[in-house]
Design a protein around this ligand. Structure first.
Ligand code: ADP
Ligand code: MG
Length: 294
């Protein structure tokens, strides 16, 4: 490798909004045959909106949104932002401050609001506390997920009380980016902690055939290891704290510049604008740079 060629390559990279950690990264771009894409914040905008609130007969929409919104206000998760913003908008008032709060990674949030022990998240979080959705709410959850939305359960004081529907839009450029990645010989795979129905609906929209859904944050790295054990050379694109270990494990880690610091530190390459098209640009540019070096 001549230093001049590398500088040209990385200089052009900077122009395209691609930051490369070091010259050794370039070689990984040549070998990569598989590209794992995180869903939320990578393929989708990660900006979610609260679309609907389904409540049990024991409560009201306002009460649900005050308690759920108060907890979610303390979290930075894209779903939490949507719930907190929707709660302020729909209740028209300030939200209470939780007396206690904890993130439960990959599952949701839990805490105490106005003396109530509140859970907001996947039904699996409720199951950990031996709670399940009543029939009407379970139906609302299934319908929402079949429609490609994310359903979030709300429970307090030992009882499931509501289902919230949130949705997140696929980025305009994601489908074109997947096409270009395929043209570069990479097989795209979608990886997410979100439910299977939502994951498959997003995969269909952008043209991905292989989906790993409902993967816990700590298990994302195992998906990458499993693919590597099959003899694949794996590139991974992600944005979240959840993705950091998988980005580090991947043969080539691409971090969304719009994502968390943990992801950016773990990646070999940063896509400054947070646009998946830059992933295809980065791989094409790196391969071309290697071509001039050899
Ligand atoms: P992804 O892998 O798509 O980036 P996460 O691993 O962050 O998703 O979250 C997985 C799932 O856990 C979400 O789809 C949601 O159902 C639930 N979840 C996580 N955090 C929260 C939260 N703060 N509020 C509600 N639900 C949450
Ligand atoms: Mg993400």
């Amino acid at each position: 490798a001549t230093p001049t060629a590398l500088m040209v390559g990385t200089g052009r990279g900077a122009q395209l909004g691609i930051l490369i950690k070091g010259p050794e990264v370039l070689e990984s771009t040549r070998r990569a045959d598989t590209i794992v894409l995180d869903k939320t914040g990578t393929v989708t905008t990660g900006r979610m909106t609260l679309l609907a609130v389904h409540t049990a007969p024991t409560t009201t929409e306002t009460e649900v949104l005050r308690l759920a919104g108060a907890l979610e206000h303390a979290s930075e998760h894209p779903i939490a932002r949507a719930v907190a913003a929707g709660a302020v908008e729909r209740t028209g008032g300030p939200l209470p401050t939780p007396e206690d709060f904890a993130n439960v990674p990959g599952l949701g949030v839990q805490g105490v609001v106005e003396g109530h022990a509140v859970l907001v998240g996947r039904t699996r979080l409720l199951a950990e506390w031996a709670m399940e959705l009543p029939v009407a709410l379970e139906r609302a959850r299934a319908d929402a997920e079949a429609a490609g939305r994310t359903a979030i359960a709300v429970a307090w004081d030992g009882e499931a009380r509501a289902v919230l529907e949130v949705a997140d839009a696929v980025k305009d450029t994601s489908a074109e980016a997947v096409r270009r990645l395929r043209a570069l010989g990479l097989t795209p795979i979608l990886l997410t902690g979100d439910n299977r129905a939502v994951a498959e609906s997003v995969a269909r929209e952008v043209g991905i055939d292989e989906v790993f859904a409902e993967v816990m944050p700590e298990d994302k790295v195992d998906v990458v290891k499993r693919l590597q054990a099959e003899g694949r050379s794996v590139a991974m694109v992600g944005d979240g704290v959840n993705d950091a270990a998988a980005l580090a494990q991947a043969d080539l880690g691409l971090a969304m510049g719009t994502g968390t610091d943990a992801a950016i530190e773990a990646g070999d390459l940063t896509l400054v604008r947070g646009d998946l098209l830059a992933a295809a640009d980065a791989i094409r540019l790196s391969r071309r740079t290697l071509g001039t070096i050899r």
